[in-house]
Ligand binder design. Structure first.
Ligand code: BGC
Length: 416
């Protein structure tokens, strides 16, 4: 293994340093793109996707199935909700969508039919043999989708490096319904399909009044908000903010984008989300060690390194490199700190971008492993929000995707 090129490490860390001016520009551009998008969606890198929902009243009650599909694990939960944030998970079935050497429902040889047949098997498991009593299902589907109505949505395009064939451009509720019918699970009624940001906003608003923004900070990243005036009425809008493109990419962002599954798409997401931050780190370390190998650093490693936890151990494990001295260790820490600081800071600037559009101090509900598990990232977000003045704050929502799906099913029931 060659020596560490300290100049490469130092220069790269500087490339990830984010200035107050960059954040201010991003915030302004975000408001501008949002308002241009509302006037004409084709003019914006933000997608303006109406959810057919507004925030819940808090009176939603009942027992529902929640299908949570958006990452490498798919979950089906039976959730009981009863007023203002009280809920209980009665049953949970969870499986990975890919198991090395056994099956893969998200790779390029996978099909939509196979994927939804697999998901339906999990739904069946969650029913404990009860195929008689009708149960409504809320589906949190965490990909950019065009909502046809509350129950039906067409996948626009996969993100997060998913590649399953035959789903883009297709109504995912139809795929699910076909699979349910094949297994004779006609008592399961899919009545709502929502983005995970929408689920988070619903779950947040169920407990905290004034929750106007919902966001996910995890494998992927995205934000939605309650638009007070969408064709004259309030409507939760999914912005697919991971696709926001008015943000300057550095050398490594460009490199990562070039080799990704969808070059030229999801600019912001590729700079901030858990699926990519480890890869950005790896690109730098690879260059600094003049290696041909891609190292498997992940977001958890970066959060640990940024907090000076197990630095030598992680670098040895993931890059096979023995850190020589304190100076080298500091370079690894600085790089992780700057990547993670940039990530959380860019996200907070987008929240402020929404605030300057709605002009109402919002409470922001956030779910996702990066946010939920890392106090220091929550602090960066809150510090940045504070700078804007006023009482804008973020809070974490537990089980947001599942709880939101159940609330959406309850809201659909109220409307049927
Ligand atoms: C998807 C969004 C989703 C986000 C968080 C992104 O890749 O495009 O729809 O909300 O990930 O899961």
């Amino acid at each position: 293994m060659s020596e560490l090129n300290k100049v490469v490490m130092g220069n790269a860390a500087r490339e990830f340093d984010v200035s107050a001016n960059t954040l201010l520009d991003l915030r302004k551009n975000f408001t501008k793109e949002l308002e241009e998008g509302l006037a004409d969606p084709s003019k914006s890198s933000l997608k303006i996707l109406p959810s057919f929902l507004t925030t819940p009243t808090g009176d939603e009650t009942g027992t529902y199935l929640a299908l949570d599909f958006g990452g490498t694990n798919v979950r089906v939960l039976k959730v009981k909700i009863w007023k203002h944030g009280n809920y209980k998970i009665l049953k949970k079935v969870e499986f990975p969508l890919k198991m090395e050497g056994k099956y893969d429902f998200i790779g390029k040889n996978a099909t939509g039919e196979g994927l939804f047949d697999f998901i339906t098997k999990l739904i069946e498991l969650s029913l404990d043999g009860n195929t008689e009593d009708e149960i409504l299902l809320g589906h949190t589907f965490s990909f950019p989708s065009e909502q046809l109505d509350l129950a039906n949505a067409k996948l626009i395009s996969w993100t997060k490096e998913f590649q399953t064939q035959g789903v883009e451009g297709v109504n995912v509720t139809e795929l699910l319904s076909k699979s349910l019918l094949k297994r004779n699970l006609t008592n399961v009624k899919p009545v709502a399909v929502i983005n995970d940001t929408v689920a988070t906003l619903l779950a947040g608003a169920y407990t905290h009044a004034n929750t106007l923004i919902g966001s996910i900070y995890a494998t992927g990243h995205n934000t939605c908000y309650l638009e007070p005036n969408y064709n004259g009425e309030p409507m939760i809008i999914n912005l697919e903010s991971g696709g926001f493109s008015k943000v300057e990419q550095n050398t490594y962002d460009k490199l990562l984008d070039k080799t990704s599954e969808k070059p030229g798409e999801q600019f912001l997401e590729k700079m901030v989300s858990g699926r990519y931050v480890g890869e950005l780190y790896s690109l730098v370390v690879k260059q600094a060690l003049s290696s041909e190998e891609n190292f498997a650093f992940d977001s958890l490693d970066l959060c640990n390194i940024a907090q000076s936890v197990d630095v030598k151990k992680i670098v040895k494990e993931k890059a096979g490199y023995d850190i020589q001295d304190k100076e080298e260790e500091e370079l690894f820490i600085k790089l992780a700190t700057n990547i993670m600081n940039r990530s959380a800071s860019l996200i907070s600037a987008t929240f402020l971008g929404i605030y300057y559009h709605i002009r109402k101090l919002p409470t922001i509900a956030v779910d996702g492993s990066l946010y939920v598990k890392n106090r220091f990232l929550q602090n960066i977000i809150d510090e940045n929000l504070k700078k804007a003045g006023g009482n804008i704050r973020s809070f974490k929502v537990d089980d947001g995707s599942a709880l939101g799906a159940a609330i959406a099913a309850a809201m659909a029931e109220g409307k049927m």
